[in-house]
Ligand binder design. Structure first.
Ligand code: PA5
Length: 442
């Protein structure tokens, strides 16, 4: 089971945070578990691991089996919370090189998460000549980036398979009743999955939003949910034996003492998109009302050779949280070389994990010495169960931290600003006057 080690962070605090933050954590936990706090309409994720819709879950498994049987590729169209979690889990468990590997599951391409023509064309051309399916994901059903991408892939599917054949290859994950995507899906007869009303995008990875693409990649989604359920039970403990309390309290206390940036680090490169998911989770939940730790991420050891200098000696507003996994099986061992021209025979016979662990410990000591408080999140083996635990842990700690910070952790009013400007500049009906005003300011 996941644990948090805050011993290399606590020494940076002028007083232990347990006593100072206990009342606000008790309040925050009460709001998460019983409602009553800001944004309490969006607490559906809290009990999701035990309350999820079993009927829909089995439809997700069936749809995944069908896609595996009839498609060489799945195009996942979504942005923000509608794709980061799925991509994070797929890359972490199946590799960032998943699409290049020999396997009996379809390639997975994530698109609709930007407006680049080059990115869209690339995926379009990659699937043009193979059997493929589409999972279009949008809670609101109105987000521009995925809606634009969907037009291209819907029309490609219709060209390849006809309208009826295409409809059998399109899976829409969206609101139960509202939004343009829901209307389109019903009109065209797509199979639909639901983003529950009370689960916000960045908390939705354990709903159909994440589960369908994750299941198509061959990940054991039952194990993912059961890991999350275990962590949910642990998080119900309202004291500092709860790892989410330790993490939330320590990062909140460090923020109050002037640490403004939290770096999430991992020594497994496959974690990169989990870190992207974490950045959205914390950035959108806490970054408001001119407050909040800025979430950033680094891939170690690679970034020790780029960002390492800044972390060691730059401005001292950083704190670091490092996710450590137990060693994978099938470790590579450093080979012996008789000539020993590189002088590395002292490492011969050691596993890469042994070497990586020394890199982790060496980095920990150096960064703490350099003035960067460090927390270690010790996770289990890099498998579905562990990721379920980790996802729920970060979600729950995020809810706690947001309430301790005094913000509504479940809204994202700031995301609307660019959207309105973009609509106005693009001439969307209803935004004409705003468009003129913006153009005059450019
Ligand atoms: O967390 C959020 O709510 C956002 O990041 C959304 O996930 C993102 O904007 C995509 O929205 P939608 O799923 O409505 O297309």
């Amino acid at each position: 089971m996941l644990t948090v080690d805050v011993s290399k962070a606590a020494s940076f605090l002028s007083e232990p945070c347990e006593d100072a933050l206990r009342p606000s954590l008790e309040q925050a936990a009460n709001w998460l578990q019983n409602g009553g706090g800001r944004g309490s309409d969006f607490l559906g994720w809290v009990a999701l691991p035990e309350n999820y819709d079993r009927e829909e879950f089995s439809r997700i498994e069936k749809a995944a089996a069908k896609i595996k049987g009839d498609s060489k590729a799945l195009v996942v169209i979504g942005i923000g919370g509608s794709y980061l979690g799925a991509r994070g889990v797929v890359e972490c468990l199946c590799s960032p090189n998943y699409n290049l590997k020999k396997k009996d599951t379809p390639n997975i391409y994530f698109i609709g998460n930007g407006l680049s023509s080059a990115a869209l064309r690339e995926v379009y051309e990659l699937v043009e000549d193979v059997d493929f399916s589409v999972n279009v994901i949008s809670k609101s059903g109105t987000t521009t980036e995925p809606a634009v991408a969907f037009r291209f892939f819907k029309s490609l599917l219709e060209k390849k398979y006809g309208k009826e054949g295409a409809a059998k290859r399109i899976y829409a994950t969206t609101d139960r009743a509202r939004g343009a995507l829901k209307g389109l899906a019903d009109a065209e007869g797509y199979e639909t999955f639901v983003v529950p009303d009370d689960v916000g995008g960045r908390f939705s990875v354990l709903t159909a939003v994440g589960l369908l693409p994750i299941a198509v990649a061959g990940v054991d989604v039952k194990a993912l949910m059961s890991g999350a359920e275990e962590m949910m039970k642990l998080c119900r403990g309202n004291d500092f034996s709860n790892p989410a309390w330790q993490y939330a309290a320590t990062r909140s206390a460090l923020y109050r003492e002037g640490k403004k940036v939290e770096l999430l680090a991992c020594f497994e490169p496959s974690f990169r998109f989990m870190a992207e998911w974490w950045k959205q989770l914390y950035g959108e939940s806490e970054g408001k009302e001119n407050k909040g730790l800025f979430p950033a991420s680094v891939d170690f050891t690679a970034d020790l050779h780029s960002m390492g200098q800044y972390i060691q000696q730059g401005e001292r507003m950083l704190l670091e949280t490092v996710v450590r996994f137990e060693p994978d099986d099938n470790q590579m061992c450093v080979p012996r070389d008789e000539a020993d021209g590189d002088g590395l025979n002292f490492l011969a016979g050691k596993t890469l994990h042994e070497i990586n662990t020394q890199a982790m410990d060496g980095t920990l000591l150096a960064h703490v010495e350099g003035g960067v408080p460090n927390m270690i999140v010790r996770a289990g083996k890099r498998d579905a169960r562990t990721l379920g635990e980790l996802i729920y842990f970060f979600e729950y700690a995020c809810g706690l931290s947001g309430y301790v910070l005094g913000v509504n952790p479940f809204d994202q009013p700031g995301v609307e600003a660019y959207k309105k400007n973009m609509f106005a500049l693009l001439g969307k009906p209803g935004y004409e006057a705003m468009g003129d005003e913006l153009r005059a300011r450019l």
